[in-house]
Design a protein around this ligand. Structure first.
Ligand code: TRP
Length: 329
């Protein structure tokens, strides 16, 4: 039988090239061999609702279709369409400890970023909702970026805790599939991950950026002062150049090793120009499809309804069994 794969993307900003390389490329490949549940995790984005109220649900769906995600093969759905996520979330909440949530690296980073000011409870409980997403669909594998590994480990811990508590195998213990071997970093600060919610837009290449924008962002991105210039992959000493090599390798499907050889003797300016052209020709094709799909709102909403119908059946059945194990009736 085909195994289940779960993955999700938050609709809290337009999609970046980092997200494409990091996660969505894997979504595309794996849809051929597995039962894939691809979720637009809007409930997770509520954690920003006090400062940011825009959601990009149909934009993201259009991007997924443009990249080649096949909504007939996979279950593509909106998290808030399925109430069972909240039901299971609450149950898991009651079986999680505040201490383990407070120790999560992502939570600690958010607290630091927000300068300890407004920390809403959603930020603390975020991993529990993620665990509910995953466990509701008996996921065997979860596609995540490196930064989410800790959340997946937490999911396994709660799943085991519940299984032990009820002396039963209520939940599958999911394994993770790492989306990409190396993260795509921010352009001006290559020690930080490229993130769609970055305040400085010059750190990020979005899939919907115009050619001029891409050109100026790449031109201004951080490299180093090596003389003569050396285009080699060395994350510690040359984080900026390594990040560009990583982007180029993923967009062109040429190995970093081959690229290093190809660019011997090139200046950073020439190197950046080639990257800009490569990114722009990739985005040109993608955007053409995107604008075609994005205009068809009825069609897009219908895809989400089809996804809702399919996901709901599975989620409802899982909740039915969970309640039975809990001796609810
Ligand atoms: N937290 C993930 C992110 O920001 C998104 C997400 C929500 C997710 N629920 C999930 C990822 C379940 C994998 C599985 O990238």
């Amino acid at each position: 039988m085909k195994k289940n794969i779960f993955s999700a993307i938050q609709p809290n900003g337009p999609i970046t090239i980092g997200h494409y390389i990091g996660v969505l490329k894997k979504w595309l490949v794996l849809q051929e061999k597995y039962n894939c549940f691809y979720c637009i995790a809007d409930l997770h984005s509520y954690t920003d609702i006090l400062s940011e109220k825009k959601f990009y649900i149909l934009d993201i769906l259009s991007i997924l279709l443009s990249l080649g995600i096949n909504y007939r093969k996979c279950i593509v759905f909106l998290q808030s369409h399925i109430n069972e996520h909240i039901k299971l979330y609450w149950l898991l909440n009651c079986c999680s400890y505040i201490g383990e949530l407070k120790r999560m690296t992502q939570f600690k980073q958010k607290v630091k970023e927000k300068n300890h000011k407004i920390i809403n409870c959603g930020l603390l409980n975020y991993p529990i909702l993620m665990a509910a997403d995953i466990l509701l669909y008996d996921s065997h594998y979860v596609i995540i970026g490196k930064d989410q590994i800790q959340h997946l480990e937490f999911t396994k811990i709660i799943a085991q805790r519940m299984n032990k508590l009820f002396n039963n195998k209520i939940f599958n213990l999911p394994k993770y599939i790492l989306s990409s071997c190396s993260k795509i970093m921010s352009l001006l600060n290559p020690s930080k991950k490229m993130s769609k919610s970055d305040i400085n837009k010059n750190n990020v290449i979005y899939l919907l950026d115009t050619p001029d924008l891409v050109s100026s962002k790449v031109k201004n991105c951080i490299t180093d002062n090596d003389f003569p210039p050396r285009i080699v992959f060395d994350v510690i000493n040359k984080p900026g150049i390594s990040n560009l090599l990583n982007i180029l390798s993923n967009i062109s499907n040429i190995s970093i090793y081959e690229l290093e050889n190809k660019f011997i003797g090139y200046s950073y300016k020439e190197f950046k120009k080639i990257i800009t052209n490569k990114i722009n020709s990739f985005l040109f094709l993608l955007q053409k499809k995107y604008f075609f799909f994005r205009k068809k709102e009825k069609f897009l909403k219908n895809i989400l309804l089809v996804g809702k119908f399919k996901a709901k059946q599975i989620a409802q059945q899982k909740m039915f069994w969970i309640k039975k194990w809990l001796n609810y009736f």
